[in-house]
Design a protein around this ligand. Structure first.
Ligand code: FES
Length: 125
């Protein structure tokens, strides 16, 4: 197992920003239609900057790790910058080889987070 795979496992075992925010400005619930796994995300945005984020999920190792990693990544970033991120950007952050079905898992939290910022998805399935 390489260090990137170990990083995925560690994020799945001990996800960052796991839970629910008391106060938030954006929230979303989303699921992977292929398997039914679910993620909920809340964000607290102030002056265009993502100050806090939390997620909870019922899902596989990759989806939980992906959600953990993207929530770590977005804290302190501007909403405008995160809105510009592509799926390829997210997969670059994960930096592990994934099959097509696993890519859907890895993007679950990312797609949900973007939906919360746009109000609708700008990320094609
Ligand atoms: Fe459902 Fe991965 S198997 S999100």
């Amino acid at each position: 197992m390489n260090m990137y795979q170990e990083n995925i496992l560690e994020h799945s075992r001990n996800p960052s920003n796991y839970g629910v925010l008391d106060k938030f400005t954006h929230s979303v619930f989303d699921s992977n239609p292929l398997c039914g796994d679910e993620v909920s995300i809340q964000l607290l945005v102030d002056s265009g900057i993502i100050k806090k984020v939390a997620f909870s999920s019922v899902g596989c190792v990759i989806s939980r790790a992906g959600s953990s990693i993207i929530t770590e990544f977005v804290i302190g970033k501007s909403v405008d910058d995160i809105k510009k991120m592509s799926k390829e950007d997210m997969l670059g952050i994960l930096n592990v080889e994934l099959s097509a079905s696993r890519i859907k898992c890895a993007l679950l939290g990312f797609v949900a987070l973007k939906k919360s910022l746009w109000g609708v998805s700008d990320v094609a399935d």
